[in-house]
Ligand binder design. Structure first.
Ligand code: PA5
Length: 444
């Protein structure tokens, strides 16, 4: 269960104002639940946890098992934005920090990501790795036309076709049910294909095959993930002041609208959650940043970034609030020992767990940042597990939909993303862009 604690905001806001924003958030929830708001043809994510059929889970597991039987030890997941961040977030959160360096037999293939940038060096170095391993790929693009994954896929596909006689069995496509270049290609080449439902946008798609397949391939339990998400599907759809998504959406909108807090920093105290920050930034940034409005989403990893961004957060311009993702229990334990010489003067911590130090760092930072004028919201989960990650995905998606409706914004489109693409296509002289090419070259 994802819990929300707003105690770290109480000295900044009046209770009466919070209640007003809870009212606005409940109205926004009504709009979301009745499907009467902007972008209402993209609400399929709401019921993915309760409506994902067993057959889809089995299909994901069948790919996992057949690739295992082929001895595949490297899966390249190709995609960008919503077509990769959810899977990367879950896999990084659930994997051993040093899985790559540990010796011994691995139960699951290593999953690496491509198609999320246009760096030539990245792709060249990926091919160095691919050549040493037994490889398969999952190419993910809802539109089926995004340049970054298309470039990476062309290169990996060529390699797989050149290297393996069973090439088409080593490629899975996840794309639209009917349209797009990737759909055409996968039909023609006979690849196993999964569908991104029409009514689920990229950044809300982690609980479709877009996230579920790579997460299953990496060896994690997607049934547990969907079960955790289902718990939050229920909790976040209840019309109640205690609904965690309503509480979070109400407070962040109050801080933004009445206290001029324009930046929200997602804070984690576990390096495995770095990509939760990346996934969350896309979800909120692409959903809310429109019509010259929106809270700018940033993320930090503490205690690491307390030694860098901590200075700004404590004493820089007072434009931000923090949302801390707390993990109540560590899955592993390490106790600090006693040293008879105590030259490092750490004996006062002897017998304590490292997690206790982390918890005290978290509490000390909370008090310091509140004293420094930074309100703090806390979202907590019990531990890092498939169940709780599923819950946090569903919770943030609900909270994002509600928040954007409170702001009067359509959370499900991304018109601004097209601007760079048009310029890039004109500069790359893509057929059909002749006029734009002339115009843009005249500006240079
Ligand atoms: O949220 C979104 O819709 C976007 O971020 C997309 O996920 C991203 O642009 C990738 O698009 P596609 O899956 O069509 O390649």
């Amino acid at each position: 269960m994802v819990k929300v604690n707003l105690g770290g905001c109480s000295s900044f806001v009046k209770d009466a104002d919070y209640k007003v924003y809870v009212g606005k958030a409940l109205e926004a929830l009504d709009v979301l639940e009745s499907g009467s708001g902007a972008g209402n043809d993209f609400l399929g994510w709401k019921h993915l946890p309760s409506e994902t059929p067993e057959s889809l889970i089995e299909e994901c597991e069948a790919v996992r098992d057949s690739w295992k039987a082929k001895g595949i030890d490297l899966v390249v997941v190709i995609g960008i934005g919503g077509s990769y961040l959810g899977a990367r977030c879950a896999i990084e959160a659930l994997s051993h920090n040093f899985a790559k360096q540990l010796s011994g037999k691995k139960d699951a293939p290593e999953v690496v990501f491509a198609g999320n940038n246009l760096s030539e060096e990245y792709l060249a170095e990926l091919m160095d790795l691919v050549q040493e391993r037994n490889v398969a790929t999952v190419v993910i693009s809802k539109s089926g036309t995004t340049t970054e994954p298309a470039v990476a896929f062309r290169i990996i596909k060529e390699y797989i076709e050149k290297t393996y006689s069973d090439a088409s069995e080593r490629i899975v496509a996840i794309t639209d049910a009917r349209k797009g270049a990737l759909k055409t290609l996968s039909t023609q080449e006979g690849y196993k294909a999964f569908v991104v439902p029409d009514n689920v946008g990229g950044r809300y798609s982690v609980l479709t095959p877009v996230g579920l397949l790579p997460i299953a391939l990496a060896g994690f339990d997607i049934r547990k993930m969907l079960a955790g998400a289902k718990e939050m599907e229920e909790a976040c759809s209840v019309r109640s002041e205690e609904n965690p998504a309503v509480k979070y959406a109400a407070m962040r909108n109050l801080l933004y609208s009445q206290m001029d807090k324009k930046i929200e920093i997602l804070v984690a105290y576990n390096p495995k959650l770095q990509y939760l920050g990346e996934w969350w930034k896309q979800l909120f940034g692409e959903s809310e940043g429109k019509d010259l409005k929106g809270i700018f989403p940033a993320s930090v990893n503490f205690t690491t970034d307390l030694h860098s961004m901590g200075q700004f957060i404590q004493e820089g311009e007072r434009i931000m609030f923090e949302t801390v993702v707390g993990v109540e229990k560590s899955n592993r334990s390490v106790t600090i020992g006693s040293d008879p010489q105590n030259l490092d003067q750490l004996n006062y911590l002897a017998g304590q767990s490292v997690e206790h130090c982390n918890a005290m760092a978290q509490l000390g930072t909370k008090l310091a940042h509140i004293d420094g004028g930074v309100p703090q919201l806390e979202i907590s989960i019990e531990n890092l597990s498939e169940f709780n990650l599923g819950g946090i995905f569903q919770f943030f998606e609900y909270a994002c939909g509600i928040s954007a409706y409170v702001l009067g914004i359509n959370p499900f489109n991304q018109p601004g993303v097209e601007a760079y693409k048009k310029n890039m296509f004109a500069l790359l002289e893509k057929p059909g862009y002749e006029e734009q090419t002339k115009a843009i070259k005249a500006r240079l």
